[in-house]
Design a binder for this molecule. Sequence first.
Ligand SMILES: *[C@@H]1O[C@H](CO)[C@@H](O)[C@H](O)[C@H]1NC(C)=O
Ligand SMILES: *[C@@H]1O[C@H](CO)[C@@H](O)[C@H](O)[C@H]1NC(C)=O
Ligand SMILES: *[C@@H]1O[C@H](CO)[C@@H](O)[C@H](O)[C@H]1NC(C)=O
Ligand SMILES: *[C@@H]1O[C@H](CO)[C@@H](O)[C@H](O)[C@H]1NC(C)=O
Length: 395
Amino acid sequence: PDPSEKYRKNVAGKTAVFNGEEFILEETDWYLLDLFRLWWRYGISFIRLQMWVEEIMEKFMRIYKYQGHGYAFSSVEELLHSLGGSGFLNMTHRSLSESLLELGVSQRFIDEVIAPVMRVNYGQNISIPAFVGAVSLAGAQANLWAVEGGNKLVCSGLLKLAKANLIQAQVTTISPHSTQYQLNYATLTEKGSEFYDIVVVATPLQSSVGSGISFQGFEPQLPDIAGSYHHTVASIVHGYLNCSYFGFPDPKLFPFASVLTTDSPGLFFNSAASICPVNISTGFRRKQPQEAGVYKVFSPQPLDKPALKTLFRSYYSVQVTDWQAYPHYGSTQDLPPVVLHDSLYYLNGIEWAGSAMEMSSVAAKNIALLAYHRWSRQLEMVDQKDLMHKIKTEL
Ligand SMILES: *[C@@H]1O[C@H](CO)[C@@H](O)[C@H](O)[C@H]1NC(C)=O
Ligand SMILES: *[C@@H]1O[C@H](CO)[C@@H](O)[C@H](O)[C@H]1NC(C)=O
Ligand SMILES: *[C@@H]1O[C@H](CO)[C@@H](O)[C@H](O)[C@H]1NC(C)=O
Ligand SMILES: *[C@@H]1O[C@H](CO)[C@@H](O)[C@H](O)[C@H]1NC(C)=O
């Protein structure tokens, strides 16, 4: 958003998959060898997977063209359908493992490659919906980039660019008032109230998450937003990795920067990875395993002392974030609505189709367009069918 923002440089690092006892998959320095090993171990599975993900991404990318032409969608279903037809919708209702098996991907490949990626990205297993899985597999293979200084600068940069009047407060109630909405809010020191023509809620509304917002005076009542969010604990540990635990008594010989895990009973963590600063200066190098480094560990439960002492020879500090990170996916979840009321919109429903920063930006732009078109009664810009064709003939 802000042209002064820069890409953060990538720091190379190898990945391996751990099953609780040993590494079952290890990345090497040599791309061709990796390819050969994958081929040897999994046969045609990884090519099938690659083609599947590429096809889905190609269709998904249509959204940028549609949005560039100003088209908007009144539901996540309409949005997905316009990108990939009933195939995309079906993918939000079927499990990833079922879809991949049908595609001819082997069970072994699913257990040893796909499951570890789902564990690190969503803390969940291969029963999550196929569309969510495809989104996170795209993230696992493409060259992801980050903003120097941290991705949070995207948000502050956008706010600045929009010249928005930001009130930092907790919204307590939203109620309809003729054609407007009244928002009551509270800061630490005072309470306030404002009227707005259009309201966008951009926080999960599942009661188990506890947004703190109460909707009052809506007749009929607003629909309940079902489901719950999945707890993940992120521990940032400054210390010495216990390479012995991974079968490398000499840390100097430990070649991996990140460890993924299979879905094995008794494993107390989902992933562990050495992390680097938000800004990478020239000449920066990743800390070696024999040095004290900063690691990010994802786990379903907080790491207790014995767990920390298993993963780390010793450590200086541990910072724990226990949060409701992403939806707890069932395989038959309905997608939440985008339009809650005339001019009251809900962003987070998109997370149930795929939870990623990029998905949320797509949802945000969609709501901006949708709110504008509905406000100015340009309904031909909403839920249009056959957009691929329309856009071609518009040019
Ligand atoms: C989606 O599912 C429906 C009903 O199960 C089926 O009729 C349709 O063929 C499926 N579409 C695709 C593209 O798989
Ligand atoms: C995946 O996890 C869910 C609970 O989140 C569980 O019901 C299901 O049996 C698990 N599936 C597999 C294949 O382990
Ligand atoms: C990182 O880079 C950003 C943008 O270039 C800059 O604003 C920030 O001060 C830098 N932070 C650190 C810790 O060097
Ligand atoms: C490190 O891992 C080894 C092997 O699993 C284990 O015996 C040891 O207790 C662990 N912790 C430390 C602090 O070395």
